[in-house]
Design a protein. Structure first.
Length: 159
């Protein structure tokens, strides 16, 4: 039996990664020329380099998130990290917390194998709208799923 095709719903942040790598390269060049630069400026360059390096690490460590007709798949690199049945998804909530070109994300809450509530954050692709297809697919498997497509910005901090 053929496996259904997995559709990717999370972004890879390619443009953001390229921009950050380029900016870090420029900062590294500025840091190597520290003898001609004031000490305060070198300190700020070092701090900015450190913060952007952490952000770049976060972007590269984000899992890829896919789905098909039965499961939501969380992939770390090329390995399957987690497989979540669509009927176990309890809520899909829009969040204004995010970054990148779209600047938003979705928080998906689900029940794991021992009925504990867990969550995963998805930063959707920008130029396509796979999240709406995903929501329809989840609603087909779990009609009681709570879907929120709006946010005040502060309400996700208390959920």
């Amino acid at each position: 039996m053929d496996q259904p095709a997995k559709l990717k719903i999370s972004t890879d942040f390619i443009i953001t990664k390229v921009f950050l790598i380029g900016f870090l390269g420029i900062l590294l060049l500025l840091l190597t020329d520290y003898r001609k630069t004031e000490a305060d400026t070198v300190g700020w360059y070092g701090f900015i380099f450190f913060v952007l390096s952490i952000l770049l690490y976060y972007l590269f460590s984000r899992p890829g998130i896919y789905y098909d007709e039965k499961f939501l798949y969380v992939m770390k690199g090329t390995k399957l990290y987690m497989e979540i049945p669509l009927e176990n998804i309890q809520s899909i909530k829009y969040s204004v917390i995010g970054f990148g070109r779209a600047g938003y994300s979705y928080k998906i809450k689900y029940l794991d194998a021992v009925n504990e509530m867990k969550s995963v954050i998805i930063f959707p692709k920008v130029f396509s709208n796979p999240i709406s297809k995903f929501i329809k697919c989840v609603e087909k498997h779990n009609p009681r799923v709570r879907v929120s497509n709006w946010s005040f910005g502060i309400n996700e901090l208390f959920d």
